[in-house]
Design a binder for this molecule. Structure first.
Ligand SMILES: Nc1ncnc2c1ncn2[C@@H]1O[C@H](COP(=O)(O)OP(=O)(O)O)[C@@H](O)[C@H]1O
Ligand SMILES: [Mg+2]
Length: 369
């Protein structure tokens, strides 16, 4: 069992509020990724769950039982850090077994547990080696082995892959997910990397400045961001944000008018005559060969092999478009863009919140689906 519930958790260091009203329920065996920019409070949140920091107020419950007063050792959680700090003078086997040093088990039982974990992580041939004879990915696996050998109810990861190079990071992402399916354990995984969040999570929690901005499945977060912060932080390049006035028939941009889909006039009636922020993913802007659409000027193209990212501007608005790999454009070229308005998210520029009626109510609550 490993349901984790944070109820109105606040944390301040002196006068500085670092966690502000965190409400989050994580189901038993769920894999939740907490993502946000550096300094937004992710590590503090994990440390509060682990018992390494005390919440200033609010309740923390494991399986419905308050654990605020329990020491880290009594909480049955295991934490894996970015700096996984293996003991350099001890073998891999001893490093993995370290968490069991005080367990009431015979040497044979400990040995069997270490071998079982080594098989699970596919590091059996390495058990006799010292950490300095391992690659970065192997060390990371040993660190995970040391954490899981105690059979924790909750797994906490704090940016465990940040020290690895890009290829290894990708490999370890799928290894950690693979481990979770072999050994389903409630997991809270913290990262600043939105790709890790999108690829690994059952649910993503987006944090900003000590607050939760949105909780949802990766596709909910990507397709229906609740705030402009989420829209900009998740997705690479960021969601385009185009300031436009809605006149009832069209969106009025500096240099053009874009007719709106048939269902907008009814849904957007209160917005006639007002400024909106039109949010569009780069894949929802496409280049036209004929005039029409939105005129724009090319600033830069970035061929990645599988696609070409085109950066442009329309008036003062900077735009990014995801285009086929054979796109041939140069700085200064004049092009025309089609906007997939049926895929747009509209934001209120004053509150930065998505309008609740388009395309679907994007507000997702903190409860498990
Ligand atoms: N022990 C501490 N004393 C004072 N401020 C702290 C302490 N730990 C963290 N902070 C501050 O809390 C904020 C959030 O930190 P942290 O949780 O480490 O963010 P993240 O992990 O998202 O980068 C930062 O501004 C950091 O400086
Ligand atoms: Mg951190």
């Amino acid at each position: 069992m490993g349901q984790v519930e944070l109820q109105s958790i606040h944390k301040s260091f002196g006068p500085t509020a670092v966690l502000d009203d965190i409400n989050l329920t994580i189901a038993d065996k769920e894999f939740v990724v907490v993502v946000g920019p550096s300094g937004c409070g992710k590590s503090t949140l994990l440390r509060v769950v682990a018992g390494l920091e005390e919440a200033s107020s609010g309740a923390l419950l494991f399986d419905g039982r308050a654990v605020n007063a329990l020491s880290p050792g009594e909480r049955n959680v295991a934490m894996v850090f970015q700096n996984y700090a293996l003991y350099p003078h001890l073998s891999v086997a001893t490093n993995i077994g370290f968490g069991l040093r005080r367990a009431a088990m015979s040497r044979r039982e400990k040995r069997a547990a270490i071998e079982r974990i080594a098989r699970l992580l596919e590091i059996e041939p390495l058990l006799k080696r010292r950490p300095n004879a391992l690659s970065g990915g192997q060390r990371q696996r040993v660190a995970m082995g040391r954490a899981i050998i105690r059979n924790p109810a909750v797994f906490l990861f704090d940016e465990p892959l940040s020290n690895l190079d890009a290829r290894l990071r990708m490999q370890m992402r799928s290894e950690i997910r693979g481990l979770h399916s072999k050994l389903p354990t409630t997991t809270i995984y913290v990262t600043h990397d939105q790709i890790e969040a999108m690829t690994m999570a059952d649910r993503v929690v987006v944090m900003n400045a000590g607050r939760i901005e949105q909780i949802g499945t990766p596709s909910q977060i990507y397709d229906t961001p609740r705030t402009t912060f989420v829209a900009r932080f998740m997705g690479m390049p960021s969601m385009n944000m185009i300031a436009a006035r809605y006149d009832g028939d069209a969106l009025v941009l500096p240099d053009t008018r874009v007719p709106v889909p048939a269902d907008w006039p009814e849904r957007l009636a209160p917005w006639v005559g007002r400024e909106l922020l039109l949010g569009l993913r780069p894949e929802h802007l496409s280049l036209r060969t004929s005039p029409g659409g939105v005129p724009a000027t090319v600033d830069l193209t970035e061929p990645t092999g599988s696609e070409t990212l085109v950066y442009l501007h329309h008036g003062d608005t900077r735009l990014a478009a995801r285009t086929p790999p054979d796109t041939r454009l140069r700085r200064g070229d004049q092009v025309h863009l089609d906007l997939r308005l049926d895929r747009a998210t509209l934001f209120d520029p004053d509150t930065t919140l998505a309008l609740p009626t388009l395309p679907a109510d994007p507000i997702t609550k903190g409860e498990t689906a």
